[in-house]
Design a protein around this ligand. Structure first.
Ligand code: 13P
Ligand code: SF4
Length: 344
């Protein structure tokens, strides 16, 4: 496939965004998907954007890869692929399109670009960062390696390409233990999330040497808060993301990646569930599981929330902001991500 740079592709006119009876009719099947979590008056605001974005995707031969934390109007209204970080990374290489619009944060768009270098990858708001990705630089990894020569380094995908270029292999929350054990080493440097590192350490004999990063969303949950929910709701099932502190995970009935948590709810169908994670995810799953009641502590990710329908529309109209990675750096960073993807 030939790579088309933004200067080669024309900007398009901004579509009409009136909420007309025709727009209401055309988007009605999509509204049905979110009716349980969104009043009609709110859909009237989203619907013109949803219609315009779905039309522009065809004109651009673009796909939207959306993380499970994206809001329901994105997740159910315009996304072509939804999933956790690992699934989105794998799909970036597989989708047949000229362009990827990333419904997610910057490191996810970079990962898509690494695995699909010939596609144009757009991030609707490049300020959509991540406290984990910002906690460490490539220079930090080089310094760690110098202090512990010969110890392999695993990086969570929640890192910049700069960091990925310096490590041996990447992992996500869904494969962290198997990635660590795949190295066959007695000890492994695991960065940047100290809580994920601690949760992994409890599931393996490999000695884990952590970095001090943390997710600003998951580190706010406390064990006391989770116990209070359990006391207030007898029979409640509690499932948590492994970016939470270990004492929070110890209070949970299950822990897994965002996709693992969704799968748990869809297959086990608990009467009442509490998802200890970013709060949009409960809305997205709740829209599809009317028989499950969600108890919601609401911690939201301010970075994920930067991605909105107007920002996605602007991205498709004006081809902004294109993600580019210096080819030499990309080559080294790709190796670490590809090594993870190739792991069975
Ligand atoms: P997942 O890989 O589980 O989707 O997690 C990504 C993330 O950023 C969670 O905060
Ligand atoms: Fe990063 Fe946490 Fe937001 Fe996930 S929820 S993108 S780890 S800040």
């Amino acid at each position: 496939m030939v790579h088309l740079s933004s200067s080669q592709l024309k900007k398009l006119p901004m579509p009409d965004l009136a909420y007309t009876p025709a727009v209401a009719r055309e988007t009605a099947p999509l509204y049905e998907k979110v009716r349980r979590v969104m009043p009609e008056i709110e859909w009237a605001i989203h619907a013109p954007y949803v219609r315009a974005i779905n039309e522009l995707k065809k004109q651009r031969n673009a796909v939207i890869l959306a993380h499970n934390y994206q809001t329901p109007e994105i997740y159910h209204g315009v996304a072509d692929v939804v999933g956790d970080s690992l699934y989105l990374a794998k799909q970036a290489a597989l989708v047949d399109a000229d362009m990827i619009v990333q419904g997610g944060v910057h490191f996810m768009a970079e990962t898509s670009k690494l695995l699909s270098p010939h596609k144009m990858v757009l991030i609707p708001d490049s300020r959509a960062g991540c406290s984990l990705a910002e906690s460490i630089t490539g220079a930090d990894v080089r310094a760690l390696r110098a202090r512990r020569p010969g110890v392999p380094v695993v990086a969570y995908v929640n890192t910049s390409a700069d960091v990925k270029a310096e490590v041996d292999i990447c992992c996500t929350s869904s494969n962290a233990v198997s990635v660590v054990e795949s190295l066959g080493a007695p000890e492994v440097i695991f960065l940047p999330d100290r809580y994920l590192a601690a949760n992994v350490a409890m599931q393996t004999k490999v000695r884990i040497i952590p970095w001090h990063g943390a997710c600003e969303v998951h580190e706010r949950f406390t064990a006391a808060e989770i116990r209070e929910y359990r006391e207030a709701h007898p029979g409640l099932e509690i499932i948590g993301h492994p970016e939470c502190p270990p004492e929070v995970i110890a209070e949970c009935d299950f822990s897994g990646s965002t996709a693992g948590m969704i799968n748990y709810v869809k297959t086990k169908r608990p009467k009442q569930v509490l998802m200890v994670t970013e709060c949009s995810m409960s809305d997205n799953v709740s829209a599809e599981t009317p028989d499950v009641e969600f108890i919601r502590p609401c911690n939201f990710c301010p970075h994920m929330r930067r991605i909105t329908l107007p920002a996605i529309l602007n991205s498709l109209v004006n081809l902004t902001e294109e993600v580019t990675i210096e080819p030499g750096l990309a080559e080294r960073a790709r190796r670490s991500v590809q090594r993870m993807v190739d792991l069975r």
